[in-house]
Unconditional design. Structure first.
Length: 152
């Protein structure tokens, strides 16, 4: 029964499944194999790849090629931007020396304060009390808590 199904339809269905799988588990990698399956479907449809071995080579080649050419650029678009920086950059860089604004009063050595930095609110501690709206400089970062001082 399976021999009666057109191979271009099989490859198209595989591509559709992989693209839908990308929506369910966003790894930003399955997408390229879905594109490879659709390229294979197209080559079978126009008669370039009649045999299964050639189809498999086209699938693997076009998947890997699209992965190499477009993953880095697509990943930047996929992650979005926060205050002019990508999430990846903001999360990985050393935040010491960065400037933010207090959005909840910071009491001396209390975890009740918050600072906005790169469009994200962070828990903040300080050696002195700092009122809401005041600019601060980040001294260090301990996981999700920033140690800050007021800007003079």
């Amino acid at each position: 029964m399976l021999e009666n199904i057109a191979p271009e339809l099989v490859w198209f269905s595989i591509g559709l499944f992989l693209l839908l799988l990308e929506l369910a588990i966003p790894l930003f990698m399955v997408l390229f194999f879905g594109i490879g399956a659709w390229v294979t479907s197209l080559t079978v449809l126009i008669g370039i790849a009649p045999g299964a071995n050639i189809q498999l080579l086209i699938f693997l080649g076009s998947s890997v090629l699209s992965l190499i050419l477009f993953r880095k650029k697509g990943k930047r678009l996929y992650q979005g931007r926060v205050s002019g920086k990508t999430n990846e950059v903001a999360a990985s860089e050393n935040l010491a020396g960065s400037h933010g604004v207090v959005v909840e009063d910071i009491e001396h050595q209390s975890l009740s304060g918050k600072v906005e930095l790169f469009g994200t609110n962070w828990q903040a501690v300080s050696e002195v009390t700092i009122k809401k709206g005041m600019p601060v400089e980040v001294l260090s970062r301990d996981n999700i808590t920033l140690r800050v001082k007021p800007l003079n």
